[in-house]
Design a protein around this ligand. Structure first.
Ligand code: CA
Ligand code: CA
Ligand code: CA
Ligand code: CA
Length: 459
C-alpha cells in the first residue's frame, strides 16, 4: 500500500501493486490442467494486464471490483510458461510486472513408510502390527512438497487422525488404514496399511536369580529372558539403567543384608509392558562361629594341637579350616596341627558359608613341652644315715608355673604339696632300713619331672 501523503506535501503518484497472487509465484502446477490464477489488487489499480510468460504477448486484461478476487484461467500445457501480471492504476501509472513462474509437478506423493511410537518412549517402523495406543506418522517420497493428507480407517475418514493419534483395541480382522497425501500441484498419492493390534505384553521366561535365592556382594546382578510376538523393545531393572539389547542384564546396589526386591519392566516393540518381581536375600555375613577348644590362653603339652569350632549360617556352611591344616567340610569341625616349639601360638580358624562369606576366629595358646625344674633344698644327702622324723624342703620352677610337687618313697607317692615352699616330713620309722627318696614336679602344662633318687639308711 502507498503511504498516505502529508498535508501540503507534493508527492509523485505511487506505482500500483499486486499484493496477492494464488498459486504463489514459483509454486507447482500439473501439466495439462487449467490453472485458475487468483489476483487481489490495491484500491488504486484499474486493471491488470496479462502477458504470455514466454513470448511477452499481451493476452488479456483483468478487471473487477477493488479488493475482490480477479481470476485468469491458464491452460498449463507441457512446455508452456505461466503468465506475467502487470497492474495499471486508475491514473495510468504502470506497476512492476509480476512473474508467476509456475513449475510443473505431475508426480504424486508416494507414502513409503509408517512409524508407530508408543507412550513412554520407543517406536518402530510398522510392518503389519501396532500397539493399542500411540502415535502414527508416515514417510513419503515427493519431488516438491506435500500439502494435505487424509486418514481413514476401514473406509471412514478420521479427521482427528491427522495428528497421528491411534487408539484402537485388538480385533480379529486387521484395521485398514488409508493415508492419502496431496502435493502442492494437486497430485494425490495414497497407501493402505493392514494393521493388527498387539495388546499382549511380553512373556518373561526366566529371571536370574530365582525367587528366594541368597546372594552375596555389593551389587545384585540380575538377567532376564523375555519374548513377544512383536519383539522386545527394552527391559529395565528398576534402579539400574535400561537395557535395550538382549540378553538383558543389570545390577543394583545390594544394600543391607536381608530381602531385596528386584523389579523388572519389559516393553514390547509396541509399548505393552510386563512387570515381574523377584525377592532375593542379600547375605554378606560370614557364619556364626563358636570356639570349642582349646581355651584362649591354654597351655598345650605334646607334639600336636587339636582344635575345633562349630558354625552356623542361613546359607549353610561350606567348610572350616584351621590355619596350617586342610579344610574340614563336615561339622563338627576339628583339626590338628604340629605344636612346634615352646611359646605362644595363634590358632586361626576360617569358616566359609556357601556364598563365600567368611568368618575368622583366633585364639592364642602357649605350647609348653619343657619340664619344670625340681630339686632338694634341705634334705639328708644321698647315703645319709637318718632316724626319727626327717624334714625335706624342695624347690620347683617352670616358666609357665608349677602345679604341685610330690615326695616319692621307694617309688610311691607319699605326699603332695601344692604350694611353695614345698616341704615334707618323713617318719622314717615307717620304712625299712633302706629308704629311696625322690621328688616329682608337675608343671601347669602337665609335664612331669622326677629327680634321681637319694638313698637313706635308717639307724
Ligand atoms: Ca509431486
Ligand atoms: Ca506383544
Ligand atoms: Ca551368610
Ligand atoms: Ca613347663
Amino acid at each position: 500500500m502507498p503511504a498516505p501523503a502529508s498535508a501540503g506535501e507534493v508527492t509523485a503518484a505511487a506505482a500500483p501493486t499486486i499484493p496477492y497472487v494464488w498459486p504463489y509465484p514459483g509454486s507447482y502446477v500439473r501439466t495439462g490442467v487449467d490453472v485458475t490464477i487468483e489476483v487481489r489488487v490495491a484500491a488504486d489499480v484499474d486493471h491488470v494486464v496479462v502477458y504470455d510468460g514466454k513470448t511477452g504477448e499481451r493476452l488479456t486484461e483483468l478487471t473487477g471490483a477493488p479488493r475482490a478476487t480477479w481470476r485468469y484461467v491458464w491452460t498449463a500445457s507441457a512446455g508452456s510458461v505461466s503468465p506475467d501480471l502487470e497492474p495499471v492504476s486508475t491514473t495510468g501509472v504502470v506497476g512492476a510486472r509480476v512473474r508467476t513462474g509456475y513449475g510443473f509437478d505431475d508426480v504424486p506423493p508416494v507414502v513409503d513408510s509408517l512409524f508407530f511410537q508408543f507412550p513412554g518412549g520407543g517406536g518402530s517402523q510398522v510392518t503389519d502390527r501396532v500397539g493399542p495406543s500411540g502415535t502414527l506418522s508416515y514417510g513419503i517420497q515427493e519431488n516438491t512438497w506435500a500439502t494435505v493428507d487424509i486418514w481413514s480407517i476401514d473406509g471412514v475418514v478420521i479427521p482427528e487422525m491427522q495428528e497421528g493419534d491411534w487408539s484402537y483395541p485388538p480385533r480379529a480382522e486387521p484395521y485398514l488404514l488409508r493415508i492419502q497425501v496431496m502435493d502442492g500441484a494437486g497430485n494425490w498419492g495414497e497407501r493402505t496399511f493392514s494393521l493388527r493390534v498387539d495388546a499382549t505384553a511380553p512373556t518373561v521366561t526366566s529371571v536370574v536369580p530365582a525367587n528366594g535365592t541368597r546372594v552375596r556382594g555389593s551389587l545384585v546382578h540380575s538377567s532376564l529372558v523375555a519374548s513377544d510376538e512383536s519383539g522386545i523393545n527394552r527391559a529395565h531393572l528398576v534402579g539400574a539403567y535400561e537395557d535395550v539389547t538382549a540378553p538383558y542384564a543389570a545390577s543394583v546396589p545390594a544394600g543391607a543384608d536381608g530381602p531385596r526386591v528386584l523389579t523388572w519392566r519389559v516393553w514390547d516393540m509396541l509399548g505393552n509392558i510386563t512387570t515381574v518381581e523377584r525377592t532375593v536375600t542379600v547375605d554378606n555375613t560370614g557364619p556364626v562361629v563358636t570356639w570349642v577348644g582349646p581355651a584362649n590362653g591354654a597351655l598345650i603339652r605334646g607334639a600336636r594341637i587339636s582344635s575345633g569350632v562349630t558354625a552356623a549360617d542361613p546359607a549353610g556352611v561350606l567348610k572350616a579350616q584351621l590355619s596350617g591344616a586342610v579344610a574340614d567340610t563336615s561339622a563338627p569341625y576339628s583339626s590338628t596341627i604340629a605344636a612346634g616349639k615352646d611359646g605362644v601360638r595363634t590358632l586361626t580358624w576360617t569358616v566359609w558359608d556357601r556364598l563365600g562369606n567368611t568368618t575368622v576366629l583366633r585364639r592364642s595358646v602357649t605350647v609348653d613341652n619343657t619340664k619344670a625344674k625340681v630339686a632338694f633344698v634341705k634334705a639328708p644327702k644321698n647315703k645319709a644315715k637318718v632316724k626319727g622324723t626327717v624334714k625335706v624342703t624342695a624347690s620347683a620352677s617352670d616358666r609357665n608355673g608349677v602345679t604341685r610337687v610330690q615326695l616319692l618313697i621307694n617309688g610311691k607317692v607319699v605326699a603332695t604339696d601344692l604350694k611353695a615352699a614345698y616341704q615334707f616330713s618323713i617318719n622314717t620309722r615307717r620304712y625299712g632300713k633302706k629308704i629311696k627318696i625322690q621328688l616329682r614336679a608337675y608343671d601347669k602344662a602337665g609335664n612331669v619331672t622326677t629327680t634321681s633318687a637319694r638313698t637313706w639308711y635308717r639307724n
